[in-house]
Ligand binder design. Sequence first.
Ligand code: PLP
Length: 461
Amino acid sequence: MKQKKFLLNENDIPTSWYNIQADMPNKPLPPINPATKEPMTADDLSHIFNKECSKQELDTEHAWIPIPDEVREKYTYYRSTPLVRAYALEEALHTKAHIYFKNESTNPLGSHKINSALPQCYYCKEEGDTNVTTETGAGQWGMALSYAAKLYGLEAAVYQVKITMQQKPYRSTVMRTFGATVEGSPSMSTRAGKNIITKDPRHPGSLGTAISEAIELATTTPGCKYTLGSVLNHVALHQSVIGLEAEKQMEMAGEYPDKVIACFGGGSNFGGLAFPFMRHIWDGTHKDTEFIAAEPASCPKLTRGKFEYDFGDEAGYTPLLPMYTLGHDFKPSNIHAGGLRYHGAGMIISQLIKDGYMHGVDIPQLETFQAGMLFAQTEGIIPAPESTHAIAAVIREVKKANEEGTAPVILFCLSGHGLIDMPSYESYINGDLTNYTVTDEEISENLKSVPEVDMDKIKRQ
Ligand SMILES: *Cc1c(COP(=O)(O)O)cnc(C)c1O
């Protein structure tokens, strides 16, 4: 009988996270203070984030960071997650390629986001905070954070991108079920939100607007910390459990991936899966693995953005981050992959792209839903609209391999399921979805908002 699913024993679930920063040939440039242009210290960051995550964010020394026992115990409630050989998809694609996916949709919240929500809330509780706040796009991060906050006895306030709140109303109901307060962003409850609405009363919201509002709440409320579900280094660190498990599970399958693929919003599920494998490029054991991040054609920061210091949010409250960006006030089209509608990329990934260790592909919306439909009809799992980007990228690679007559081993991350995204699938099935394109003029016009920083003058950590 063909073995389809690979699971680990509890003892084999990782006890440390992998911090790729320690092994990178070129460390990421540091986040800088927008006013002074000086590198931020962990102390500076801890005005916004909890202390431990602030430290992890800038740690370029320790490759392995122990997972606190209390967090690891909660991981074991839903980990390991299955590594699955997609035989049915392979058959449908008439390919000799081997396709594996790491299924992060099996926890009750339905996405990989819980892997970082748990440690972030745990550290806040340990450090004596009482409240957490955040932004959420499609709502997966908001759901994960609301649940993790409840577990650790913290109050959660979530700003959800307004357009997505309307597209996917059940996600805010889930957050409220876990006891969180939810507001559509831009809202009238913060100065940042009021400013945005005054300028553009019909602003659909973006992750950038929601981040501004959450940071404003955190910095003006005692005992309240801001948490982020993507983009930052410490989030990718926590998500490394995905790749560390997958590495052991691929061993159980007796294979090693030639191509590692994940969808890309800010980089946490991509980094989580890819970084543990990428270390083998540098230790020389697997030098030829290809790493591919799949982003929406309507929000193409990796493939068409510019590597610059930019704000992580619309209002400019965050430190300046060195990243591939479309400009911090970029307004992505209303594609259904809400979690991929972000203007920038994580600092580690931006450096890795610049140094040629990975690359992005941008995929139009209709191609992603077509891929999602095929995956559903073969593997029986309805993927999150975000995850369909990874599947579409896999299918492109398979078609290429078929033409070349090769049979690569492909590993991708199924970052979440789409069971709360049925309105998106309904629109697709009814023929109501369209592709959105961005012109080069729009991108270069939008990049004018990026502040001027001379990158060559900034010292690496
Ligand atoms: C949030 C989310 C993403 C995008 O975020 P990354 O940090 O790039 O992983 C992708 N897939 C799902 C299911 C998500 O919830």
